[in-house]
Design a protein around this ligand. Structure first.
Ligand code: ADP
Length: 530
């Protein structure tokens, strides 16, 4: 995922955002000119009194300010209001978090799987018990509609439940020996300290997908959430403490991303980096992990095709593509980025799809009935605008939307554009916004060629009523995930991850556990002696 240069400058370090509250207030008020809505305000007051609105980092089991007392402001993207000031941490705090994680590893990894499982299960129960509050926090700092946010909590928590169960199934092997006086074993052991760097689009689920299997396997973790959405991460960490996750096993630091990243990457004590975010940052992290030869998992950007064949069920294709495209206002790496539609169904699909998109409700995520929240920040909207402008200048036609929403802020109208072609930027790069480009194709071979003509390889969707065609096409697609007649395919029980430049490794399912385990081969010799 990419949100553009302006935002990156803003989250690059504390200096730009530091609490010179005067400057930040000016910044917010000049950009937004809106007060926090009453809803948002009363929600944040309630969260504050419940103890779930945490603003300090978590190091070694203690909540602490940044050492130089700098803070960053967390904004509500729907209103521009300031939700909280959180600690803006850097190298020193991260080094201390790593040290505490390293120390905690010895005892946490030696617990039995059953003991770790019980702690994770308690954490899951607490996440579910606080589903509403956590959902409210997500809506406050990220903007997605409350219903979707509460759905994210259930989804995010499911990884903790799943890995609480999976902890007890980390089996090794006994291999038939190559010599009669030997016995050969394989053990799976936790890697050690894990650095987990996560984005803003799923403030909870991107963390639990990593922390669940890491803690279950016996690893300890230093999490760095996005500076745009740290509050959900901090609340989840508070619940982890309440569940009995011991001091140091889970740390949270946020603030100066490059400094925190460097500290995690250069430390020989950190044995694994797991990252979800932009392809550009992922490549940097991968290179920086080389000197200490860390294991790396990357979940990077996508360019998902949603392929609608002539023989598709129109309703299923519309519903599936709508879900795949407009979930989280188009801000997920598995969002349909290109809608490839076959000649024979193109006009019918364009009409039915536009009708469905027109029914989407744009608004504040706390407002009943809202299905589309704001984009994360203005840089994200500017990027979408420039992509739309590029497409229109090259001959594409806007069927619906195509501009900022009258609500102002970072709201953008759900948009459908037809006659999009491969030379337009939106066909090549991740839009990360509520814009659906319709691209026409003639044959199945064309569809496969167009779909694979990208450096990305995360999710793809196909809509067809032919079983034979679906097999031919999903086998030919160079993607890590394929939905057939289905637009929402993520679940904790299935492996999520990309091929090509969309990443390395898998999250969720039994495969997700392997990312946090090392294999140790043991050869027992001289076994014939009595
Ligand atoms: P997005 O476009 O979603 O913001 P990014 O890749 O910029 O994607 O951000 C994803 C995560 O990576 C965030 O937590 C962000 O703070 C972090 N990040 C960005 N730059 C760096 C860096 N140089 N080192 C470590 N983490 C970084």
């Amino acid at each position: 995922m990419v949100i553009g240069a302006a935002a990156r400058v803003a989250i690059g370090g504390c200096r730009k955002l530091v609490s010179s509250s005067h400057t930040s207030l000016l910044l917010v008020s000049s950009q937004c000119r809106r007060q926090m809505s009453t809803d948002a305000q009363s929600v944040s007051e309630k969260l504050r009194s419940s103890g779930l609105l945490r603003t300090q980092g978590l190091i070694g089991g203690r909540w602490i300010d940044s050492y130089d007392k700098k803070t960053i402001k967390v904004n509500n993207p729907a209103t521009g209001g300031i939700v909280a000031d959180v600690a803006c941490m850097g190298t020193k705090e991260t080094n201390d978090a790593i040290a505490s994680s390293y120390e905690a590893f010895t005892s946490w990894s030696r617990l039995t799987a059953g003991e770790r499982s019980k702690v994770l299960r308690r954490w899951y129960d607490l996440l579910i018990a606080h589903k509403e509050e956590l959902g409210q926090l997500i809506t406050l700092e990220q903007g997605k509609p409350l219903k979707e946010a509460v759905g994210e909590v259930a989804y995010g928590a499911s990884f903790i439940e799943y890995y609480a169960e999976e902890a007890k199934r980390v089996y090794g092997d006994i291999i038939p020996p190559n010599l009669s006086d030997r016995r050969l074993l394989v053990l799976k052991q936790p890697i050690g300290v894990v650095g987990a760097i996560t984005p803003w689009n799923f403030p909870l689920a991107m963390i639990t997908r990593k922390v669940g299997p890491a803690l279950a396997s016996g690893c300890t973790v230093v999490v760095k959430p996005s500076e745009l959405t740290p509050l959900t991460a901090l609340a989840a960490a508070e619940l982890a403490l309440q569940a009995g996750v011991p001091p140091g096993a889970l740390n949270v630091v946020m603030g100066n991303a490059p400094e925190i990243g460097d500290a995690l990457l250069t430390s020989p004590q950190v044995r694994k980096i797991t990252f979800t975010g932009s392809t550009a940052v992922g490549k940097k992290l991968m290179a920086a992990a080389a000197p200490t030869v860390k294991k790396v998992s990357l979940e990077l950007g996508g360019n998902a095709p949603s392929i609608v064949f002539d023989d598709a069920d129109l309703d299923v294709a519309v519903k599936g593509t709508l879900a795949a495209k407009f979930r989280n206002s188009g801000q997920t790496c598995v969002c349909a980025n290109r809608v490839l539609v076959q000649d024979g169904i193109y006009d019918k699909f364009a009409e039915a799809f536009s009708e469905a998109v027109q029914k989407l409700e744009v608004g504040d995520g706390f407002k009943e009935g809202t299905t589309q929240g704001p984009l994360i920040n203005d840089a994200a909207v500017q990027k979408v605008e420039s992509f739309v402008q590029d497409a229109v200048s090259k001959g594409a036609k806007i069927l619906l939307g195509g501009k900022r929403h009258s609500l102002g802020m970072t709201f953008y109208e759900p948009t459908v554009i037809r006659d999009v072609s491969s030379d337009m930027i939106m066909s090549k790069e991740e839009i990360f916004g509520p814009v659906a480009p319709l691209i026409r194709f003639k044959t199945e071979e064309d569809a496969i060629r167009l779909a694979n003509d990208t450096i990305a390889g995360l999710a793809a969707y196909i809509f067809t009523n032919s079983v034979q065609r679906s097999w031919r096409v999903f086998e030919a697609l160079e993607y890590g995930l394929v939905g057939v007649n289905e637009g929402l395919i993520s679940t904790e029980v299935a492996p999520f991850g990309g091929v090509k430049q969309s990443g390395l490794g898998r999250e969720g399912s039994k495969y997700g556990m392997d990312e946090y385990l090392e294999i140790k081969y043991v050869c027992l010799g001289d076994m014939n002696r009595h």
